[in-house]
Structures are given as C-alpha cells and as structure tokens.
Design a protein around this ligand. Structure first.
Ligand SMILES: Nc1ncnc2c1ncn2[C@@H]1O[C@H](COP(=O)(O)OP(=O)(O)OP(=O)(O)O)[C@@H](O)[C@H]1O
Ligand SMILES: [Mg+2]
Length: 240
C-alpha cells in the first residue's frame, strides 16, 4: 500500500526527453521536495502527475489507483491538486469569487462552495483581502491565492510549483508558515522550489533531478552534500 508512486515516467516532446525514467514514492503526511536546475523537467513531472500531460511511458499511482491518463478534473476529484508556476487567477474577480469557483468545481453546490471558500480563505490567511480583485494583489498574495484555490478543492495531496518565486524574505517566511500549516492539517505536499534554504528547511525528503533523470534522493542534508547535486544545482545557483 503506497500513498503516491511515480513509476519510470518518461515524457518526450519531439526529440527531447524532458522526463526520462523518473521514479519516486511519497508517504502520506510528508513534505517531499523536488529540485533540479531550470529545464530539468520538474514542471513536466507535475503535468504528468496531475493529468495535464499523458506520459510517453510509465505509470502514476495515487492511493493504490492508477491515475496516469486520467483527466485533471478526475484526478482532482480523487484528491490530488496542483498549483501553477505561472499563477492564473481570474483577474477581474474578487479573491472570494476566485476561491468559490475553485471550490464549486469540486462540491457542485454553490452554498457549500461559498462555505468552503470562506473557511479556506481564513485558513490560508487571505481574509484581509477577500473582497479585493485578484489582479490588484501583491505577488505574495497572488501566490497565496493560488494555494488557497488548490486547498479549496479539499486535496489529500497538493503539488506546489515554485510558490516562493518572486517573494521577499519576509513573504518567504510567511509562505513557509502556510505550508507547515497545510501539512499539519493532514495534507501531503510535493513542492518544487529553487530557493535551497526554503526546500531544505521544510522538506522531509528531497528528490533531485537533472536533464529529466534522477540524480539522488534522501534527507535534505544527504541531498545537499551529494556531489552530483552540488555540481548540477548548487553550482548553478551560486554562480547566478
Ligand atoms: N509543452 C512542451 N513542449 C515542448 N517542450 C517542452 C514543453 N514543456 C516543457 N518542455 C521542455 O522540457 C524541458 C523541461 O521543462 P520543464 O518546464 O519541465 O522544466 P523545469 O524543471 O520546470 O524548469 P524551471 O525550473 O525553469 O521551471 C525543457 O527543455 C522545456 O523546454
Ligand atoms: Mg518549472
């Protein structure tokens, strides 16, 4: 019995193997970090897991059910949801309506969606701007809205794609707080993140990839001291 398992995933785009044989398991309740340099295949993995792409080969299991090839809304209904690296709120709608729309897609009842939305907005710390238009939010709050929309679907597993990009250090600390709170509420998390300090602070385990293939997996301290990771990832980050 495994909570989540990706088995030998491959995704080709024409001649490019963006993901080339990646396998990992995620345990219920953990924060699982996924790292790798730009273009290494992290977002493609998220697209494969959440049903936005069909794998060229390989399998995905969620709560012992095979989910690769299912449509995103079907997968979402099973309790697996992802956020987008480029956030896409409904800009001319309020924060509250954005979250209601996300909740409605799951619950199918407007009353229920409204209740869930308000609860989730409070939980995620957006209560102070629930009546604001999404387009007028700061980048930090836009990222928070993206997480809130995902949480309003009632997930068991949430995939976070670069939730911290563009945040200043105090916004980063707030986002770490929110992710810990999500974990404490019983939701399992897979997080893609470039900021090493963040990923190392919050992850229980880390899986590192490069050129669509696994470099290593382990505890944060094991992974940062892996020579392949230092070269592929830290080297790049330090040079930048
Ligand atoms: N829809 C697509 N069509 C063609 N090539 C794609 C597509 N999506 C991704 N790629 C390519 O696949 C590779 C992996 O891209 P991906 O977006 O998964 O990387 P990433 O690790 O998320 O990078 P970043 O850290 O910059 O977000 C890249 O070479 C990218 O150009
Ligand atoms: Mg990406």
């Amino acid at each position: 019995m495994s909570f989540f398992r990706a088995d030998n995933l491959v995704k080709h785009f024409g001649g490019l193997a963006a993901v080339n044989g990646v396998s990992f398991e995620v345990n219920e309740g953990e924060i699982f970090g996924l790292i790798g340099p730009n273009g290494s295949g992290k977002t493609t993995l998220f697209n494969l897991i959440s049903g936005f792409y069909k794998p060229t080969s390989g399998e995905v299991y969620f709560m012992d059910r095979r989910i690769d090839g299912l449509k995103p809304h079907k997968i979402n209904r099973l309790g697996l949801v992802r956020t987008f690296q480029v956030v896409r709120p409904l800009k001319r709608m309020t924060v509250e309506d954005n979250v209601i729309a996300a909740a409605f897609a799951q619950s199918g009842s407007l009353r229920e969606a409204r209740r869930i939305a308000l609860e989730t907005i409070e939980f995620c710390g957006l209560g102070r701007c629930k009546d604001m238009l999404a387009k007028s939010l700061t980048i930090g709050d836009r990222k928070r809205l993206e997480i809130t929309r995902a949480m309003a679907t009632g997930p068991k597993l949430i995939l976070l794609d670069e939730t911290f990009a563009g945040l200043n250090p105090s916004e980063q600390d707030e986002a770490i707080g929110l992710i810990r709170k999500i974990k404490a509420s019983g939701v399992t998390i897979i997080i893609v993140e470039h900021i090493m300090k963040v990923i190392m602070t919050i992850s229980d385990r880390v899986h590192a990839i490069n050129f669509g293939q696994t470099l290593t997996e382990g505890t944060p301290s094991q992974v940062v001291s892996n020579p392949g990771v230092v070269e592929a990832y830290l080297g790049e980050a330090y040079h930048a």
